[in-house]
Design a protein around this ligand. Structure first.
Ligand code: BDR
Ligand code: CA
Length: 313
């Protein structure tokens, strides 16, 4: 039986590859809907990008919603310096013809969870946690109905990427992340500690291009664009690939290892705001609220990604 998921996202080239991976895996994952959030670029551009991706994957029936246009308490910080001015620079994708859904994305999340059997819907978050936090604030009863929240966000051993101590998704809306981390639903985190191990080396990108279908060719163009910034920054063999690890964990959890521990987010300090403090060694008695993943198998991950991209149009 396939697992029902909602993808909350700010696409973003790596978000787009995550969405493609999910849509390429219908035997395991039923994508109920995609909700855009402000993050890599503004809300409406992110929603447009999500609509382009469902069309690229040949799945125009998957509904796309727009959620919140800014974080709970702060001005929006965006990342055009990584993703380009459209958030999805690289491939030349046509303007989407599928409509944006009229319902607000936060209401869609609430209504979907409240209308389903408790424990049957997983939230996959690939961007700032604003929409999920707003949904939890508007309808707290959803917390007990979420099967699991699987998020790309945070870092502990690798510390930060947008500041020395904060990962982008958490940094953009630390108060939103705080609401989500305290909500009581099961949470799995894919932090930079994992995603910095999942590198898009030239060999892996060449294998993606060699698949030859439209989706893999576009994914290759996306990652080739977004890796320019990261390669200059890190000097590694390949740029880290973040958001698709969320979907890979749902498909192949054995590719990842970590442990259950407390994770809290810094919301007060100017110096370290957005830092995710993981009690990985259990030195406090704090509630072990997160399945904190620390390592990922890059070879296994890419084998999975390439196999699934090959199934798309
Ligand atoms: C995260 O930040 C975004 O720019 C990426 O899409 C990913 O979700 C990595 O820190
Ligand atoms: Ca993202």
């Amino acid at each position: 039986m396939s697992r029902k998921i909602i993808i909350d996202t700010d696409p973003g080239q790596d978000d787009a590859v995550a969405i493609l991976l999910a849509l390429a895996s219908p035997e395991e994952l039923e994508v109920l809907g995609i909700v855009a959030v402000a993050g890599n670029v503004g809300l409406h551009q992110n929603a447009t990008n999500a609509r382009k991706i469902v069309e690229l994957a040949g799945r125009p029936e998957v509904p796309v919603y727009a959620g919140c246009s800014r974080p709970l308490r702060r001005a929006l910080v965006t990342a055009e310096h990584v993703h380009g001015e459209t958030g999805l620079n690289g491939p030349d994708l046509p303007a989407p013809s599928v409509p944006l859904q009229a319902q607000h994305g936060v209401d869609y999340i609430i209504d979907t969870l409240m209308g389903a059997e408790p424990g049957t819907i997983t939230l996959c978050t690939l961007g700032p946690l604003t929409n999920i936090a707003m949904a939890l604030i508007k309808q707290p009863a959803i917390a007990g109905r979420i099967a699991e929240i699987v998020m790309m966000g945070g870092a502990y051993f690798e510390v930060g990427n947008i500041t020395p101590t904060a990962e982008f998704n958490i940094y953009v809306d630390p108060e939103g992340a705080d609401v989500v981390l305290r909500c009581g639903a099961p949470i799995t985190m894919l932090p930079l500690d994992v995603t910095h191990q999942i590198q898009s080396t030239p060999e892996r990108l060449a294998a993606m291009l060699a698949i030859g279908n439209n989706s893999a060719t576009a994914a290759h163009a996306m990652l080739t664009f977004s890796e320019t910034f990261d390669l200059a920054k890190y000097g590694w063999a390949g740029a880290p690939l973040h958001d698709p690890t969320v979907i890979a964990w749902l498909l192949r959890p054995e590719l990842f290892t970590g442990r259950q521990c407390n994770v809290a987010v810094e919301t007060a300090s100017e110096l370290t705001v957005g830092m995710t403090v993981a009690d990985y060694w259990h030195v406090t008695g704090r509630d072990r609220n997160v399945n904190y993943l620390r390592n990922g198998d890059a070879e296994g991950f890419y084998a999975l990604l390439l196999d699934r991209l090959a199934r798309l149009p």
